[in-house]
Design a protein around this ligand. Structure first.
Ligand code: TXA
Ligand code: MG
Length: 325
């Protein structure tokens, strides 16, 4: 039976305590949450997502005071970063505490931690009183959901209405996944880009940030991820006319508001005002393309500033689509 979305945080906590899964809103994308101390809940998260068990999941915490229950030896710079930016779209990969389940960490010596900035989910976390494992609530390799309806479209048939829930907190404001920073020694490393930028991290920590965006330990950072069914063709604005003219089928177009549309037949999927609006509307636009049965989406890349960096990153990976669904 179909799971109906609810806005009842208390019902979500009860479902989690019974060992159920709850798809919940965060400021970035919806997550598929389960008790991070429960091996059974973790097994179901992996099953529902169709995700390989070697891929670690992020543990969502009620607040920064929970850091030491999940991490060992948090570098001082990472602790101050967490205090400055949590709740917010930042995940820290830190050495794990001894009792963190292997299934959470994908067998690695580190654990990913973050405090999400969404009022409904913060209420759930505060009442639950411990960590919730929550990868993005999509099938493995597919586009992350940014509304409760997207979650139902992705996972509706795979959730169990007798024990699971979808918590509807409206559309996610940020729209792309959290920035992931490796924090296991003296040097911050960028493992996945997001709304929190490298410049912000460097300014807040007083340390240079190295860029490691194809680290095998962060599987979401490998190529071929975030893909819709449609083929995604990322282009720089100056190449749009040439690329569009070469296509023999009507295509979907995502481009900043000021970009002139090409003359070839197409459907405008989104016209974001700026980089922040681009991140916010990107995944919904890719889903619209699939719903409309379009086989190709041309996405004009935004400038490489602010969250534009993360948008460019996701579009490049969506274009490398060997993972399929
Ligand atoms: O914004 C987000 O981070 C969303 C919301 C729901 O919080 N979550 C999310 O989770 O994007 P997921 O599982 O789709 O992506 C988490 C990424 C993966 O690339 C995973 O490999 C990496 O974080 N990760 C998690 N724990 C890790 C660890 N211990 N070491 C290295 N990478 C880790
Ligand atoms: Mg994901």
């Amino acid at each position: 039976m179909t799971v109906h979305p609810t806005q009842d945080a208390g019902a979500a906590v009860a479902a989690l305590r019974r060992g159920g899964l709850v798809a919940l809103p965060t400021e970035t994308v919806y997550g598929l949450a389960g008790d991070a101390r429960s091996p059974e809940a973790l097994t179901r998260i992996y099953d529902v997502k169709g995700r390989p068990s070697t891929h670690p999941v992020i543990v969502h915490l009620p607040d920064a005071s929970f850091l030491d229950q999940w991490a060992a030896d948090v570098p001082a710079w990472a602790r101050s970063l967490a205090e400055a930016l949590w709740p917010g779209p930042l995940t820290l990969i830190v050495p794990r505490a001894d009792d963190v389940l292997d299934a959470v960490c994908g067998g690695q010596p580190t654990v990913g931690l973050r405090v999400p900035a969404h009022p409904l989910t913060l209420e759930v976390l505060a009442t639950f009183g411990d960590g919730l494992a929550a990868p993005s609530a999509n099938r493995y390799g597919h586009v992350s959901p940014t509304t409760a309806q997207h979650v139902l479209d992705e996972l509706g048939d795979l959730l169990d209405d007798s024990r699971d829930l979808v918590l509807d907190g409206g559309p996610c404001p940020v729209g792309v996944e959290s920035t992931i920073i490796g924090a296991w020694d003296d040097s911050p490393r960028l493992l996945r880009s997001g709304l929190v930028t490298v410049d912000q991290v460097a300014a807040l920590t007083g340390r240079p940030v190295s860029l490691i965006t194809d680290d095998v330990r962060t599987p979401g950072s490998t190529a071929a991820h975030y893909s819709p069914r449609a083929r995604v063709v990322p282009v720089e604005a100056e190449d749009l006319d040439v690329v569009a003219a070469e296509l023999s089928v009507p295509f979907g177009l995502i481009a900043l508001d000021g970009v002139d549309p090409p003359s070839a037949e197409h459907e405008r999927l989104a016209s974001p005002r700026d980089d922040v609006d681009y991140a916010h509307s990107l995944y919904a636009a890719l889903r619209t393309a699939d719903d409309a049965g379009l086989s190709v989406v041309i996405a004009v890349l935004p400038p490489d500033t602010g969250v534009g960096h993360a948008v460019r990153d996701r579009l490049t990976r969506a274009a490398a689509r060997e993972v399929g669904l």
